[in-house]
Design a protein around this ligand. Structure first.
Ligand code: BES
Ligand code: ZN
Length: 455
């Protein structure tokens, strides 16, 4: 339990903390768009300045991409060490016209804060800064050593943090890595997440004629790249939702019986899915429940498909090119590099004649599985229960946090995924939001964790 003094501080300063979070959210730190490079720098500075004001030693590390922030308290050997990870960069905001307020002008409606990055990840990351602030400003002795490693390339597939972690494992050494960049189970039940999906992101480019052709003049004489790409895309999956890339399922760990029981006991229904997504019907790989598919089965999805004319009315052309972005979400113990090779070979072998086909692996992330029985997971459970006033459940996530696999390999410490977002927070989408109650409870949880993890 965090002390009364610390909890009271968080309560009394909640409004001010929300105002500060809004300042953080006003910085349009879109890491994938070069016109926002200065904003990304500004967001890094925002975090660095705040950690410095709290008395931490702060380093801003430039490895050629967006800056990494490393910060730490004094390291006392008699205390355990928590390493907090998060990211200050955000996703692009398009389509802009679907936002109810400008994405970088935060608005609070009915206790919900709307802005790009509110949930992913500025709001969640900020809970840990505010918990630390509560200890520092009340003079309450910190029960643990605290380190932060905060990056600005999570959303754009940057490499700085991988390099830094591989080259500086001693600097990041800790008893647990703590990450809040995932979700609660639902509005009333917190979750300890013990698995993240990995990712293998591919681009397929199909080229035909040198320019768009009149489809009457030339139709039937040359292969249409859009038709060819449609055939390639159709070859990726069978009617039962299974991926047809040979070897795709190699390494997939089957769910343990207790996991299947645990998922079933959560009571997630297809009605909830329909309500959350607005889709007309559930769909997916046969033989698995919705939650099993969501959390523990690999998938293959087109993320973008571009060719020809999509404007108003008709335009009779054979397009010159067609492009597909395809991502495969992977589960433990699939190997993203092996999947990328198998995907490329499969597409190239089946490439229709009469067009040229190129396949590129844009980026990968390793899937993650965290042991559920460590002391640190127990500490996380107690902290969540104190912060949210409800017993947490074990959950998995369909999303990916690419650096986590590298933390596990290089630091050999348990990873605690304590998510404070909701699946319906519209992350990566218009009207991203964060419930201020979850911001408040997240900060309480983080403060409690600093105590519970101390042992
Ligand atoms: N915070 C998300 C991960 C996440 C997504 C957690 C959904 C819980 C639910 C993270 O910032 C993210 O978006 N990751 C990307 C990684 C990708 C760009 C390599 C993702 O999952 O698409
Ligand atoms: Zn995130």
């Amino acid at each position: 339990m965090a002390s009364e003094k610390v909890l009271a501080y968080l309560e009394e300063n909640h409004r001010r903390h929300v105002d500060q979070l809004c300042d953080f959210l006003r910085i349009p730190s879109i890491s994938s768009q070069s016109e926002h490079a200065a904003d990304v720098q500004a967001a890094a500075r925002f975090v660095a300045d705040e950690l410095q004001e709290l008395g931490l030693t702060v380093e801003t590390i430039d490895l050629g991409g967006h800056p990494l922030i490393f910060a730490g308290t004094e390291i006392r050997p008699d205390r355990r060490t928590l390493l907090f990870y998060g990211h200050y960069d955000v996703q692009p905001v398009d389509p802009l016209d679907l936002w109810d307020n400008p994405p970088f002008e935060p608005v609070i409606r009915d206790g919900v804060l709307y802005a790009r990055g509110a949930s992913d990840d500025k709001g969640q990351l900020y809970t840990h800064l505010k918990a630390l602030e509560a200890y520092v400003r009340t003079g309450e002795e910190l029960p643990v050593n605290v380190k932060f490693i905060i990056e600005g390339e999570e959303e754009c597939g940057g490499h700085s943090i991988y390099r830094y972690t591989e080259e500086n494992p001693d600097k990041l050494a800790c008893d647990a890595v703590v990450i809040s960049d995932t979700t609660l189970y639902n509005e009333t039940t917190p979750g300890i997440c013990y698995s993240l999906k990995g990712l293998c992101f591919m681009e397929i480019r199909v080229k035909g004629p040198a320019m768009d052709l009149h489809s009457g003049s030339y139709g039937g004489t040359v292969r249409n790249p859009a038709n060819a790409l449609a055939a390639i895309v159709a070859s990726l999956q069978d009617a039962d939702g299974r991926c047809l890339v040979p070897g795709f399922y190699d390494g997939v760990l089957d769910l343990e019986a207790d996991e299947r029981e645990g998922f079933a006991a959560l009571g997630y229904t297809d009605e909830i899915l329909m309500q959350e997504t607005g889709a007309p019907a559930p769909w997916g790989e046969k033989g698995y429940t919705t939650l099993e598919r969501m959390w523990a089965r690999p998938t293959c999805d087109v993320n973008g498909l571009v060719s020809g004319y999509g404007g108003e009315g008709a335009k009779t052309i054979i397009p010159a090119t067609a492009t597909a972005k395809v991502s495969m979400r992977l589960v433990p113990d699939q190997d993203p590099e092996a999947v990328a090779r198998a995907f490329t070979a499969y597409v190239m072998e089946n490439a229709p004649e009469g067009v040229t086909v190129e396949v590129e692996n844009l980026h990968n992330a390793a899937p993650v599985l965290v042991p559920r029985d460590s002391d640190m997971v127990q500490a996380g459970m107690r902290a969540l229960e104190q912060g949210f006033g409800a017993r947490p459940v074990f959950i998995r996530e369909g999303g990916s946090i690419p650096i986590v696999g590298t933390f596990q390999d290089c630091l050999k410490s348990p990873v605690l995924l304590l998510g404070y977002g909701l699946a319906t927070d519209n992350i990566h989408s218009p009207n991203e939001k964060f419930h201020l109650e979850n911001f408040r409870r997240g900060a309480r949880t983080s403060a409690a964790l600093m105590r519970e993890a101390a042992g």
